[in-house]
Design a protein around this ligand. Sequence first.
Ligand code: NAP
Length: 341
Amino acid sequence: MKPKVYVTRKLPSKRAMDLLFKYLDVDLREEEVPPSKEEMIAHLEDKDALLCLLTDRVDAETIRSAPKLKVISTYSVGFDHIDVEEATARGIYVTNTPGVLTEAVADLTWALILAITRRIVEADRCVRTPGCWRIGWAPDFMLGMELNGKTLGVIGLGRIGTAVARRAKGFGMSIIYYDVIRREDLEKELGVKYVPLKELLKEADVVSIHVPLTKETYHMIKEEELRLMKSTAYLVNTARGAVIDTNALVKALKEGWIRGAALDVFEQEPLPADHPLTKLKNVVLVPHIGSATYETRAKMADMAVDNLLSVLAGKRPPNLVNPEVLKIRPLEKVKMIELKE
Ligand code: NAP
């Protein structure tokens, strides 16, 4: 009998889907909206594996009600939607898809930086609105901020933060960063400078967030931090919405503590169309599309399936989030299949 897997969405890679069906008994969810908690619990009751998305909440209760579960493979690098502590305690392997989406998210971050500092979305809207573009060219029309010579502040100099910093060099920006650890190798290679968070917020002309969402980073940027930023500065977030206190950000944007913000991620997703953020001119909002390229989404699918099959084959998966689990339930105890080369 093949191991049973619950796959919460069809993935955009033929290779990945073929592999799943070759080795596993697949319970594939056809709907687009994320499963409810009740649905997750009902489907996981007899499953050995779960392949989920970042929109699927895998909390402690859900994990506890899946007695056979051996692996949770998420189709994302972020794993804040999974109770990893509970999974580890129960000997469940958790895997993610780091690296393959780094360049796509760094590109999107730069698309947002350029869009907000040069008012691209606002300008596009103006061209389409009768009466807005009245004079062909004017010295003070649609002015934005020049990036050359300015300072980029990167919060979280990990994979994506580093890729964003690399691109900043091409725009002639100085780069400062804040992270839990000093990255002396990158300080030399990229000429980036470590500063404490408060200093970064005071000095940067563009602040870009790249930390994971954890207990420590939840509302890392709230009223106090926003008030430290320059009134001419911009805030960009392609990490997770809850790293910023949204209510404080709305206040900051309305009252001009900062000049603008560009966001790919939100505390509430989808962002309601009547949310206060949607009423502001000095924001650019995109619907969590950081990794949304054909190439990246296919690579993520392959990686998520390879991770999942590795665990069931009793092999250490390439991207294990909770290595402590190896001691709790060794790989030979979760082995159910033999992978053919
Ligand atoms: P990463 O390589 O782990 O980078 C995160 C960096 O933040 C690491 O250097 C980490 O340090 C640091 N960090 C962790 N906690 C911190 C704290 N409390 N204060 C300061 N720095 C802290 O991850 P990544 O691949 O770059 O991805 C970053 C995040 O981007 C993901 O977690 C995900 O939420 C988000 N993301 C969003 C999209 C999107 O579609 N918008 C796509 C992919 C990823 P340590 O390594 O020491 O922990």
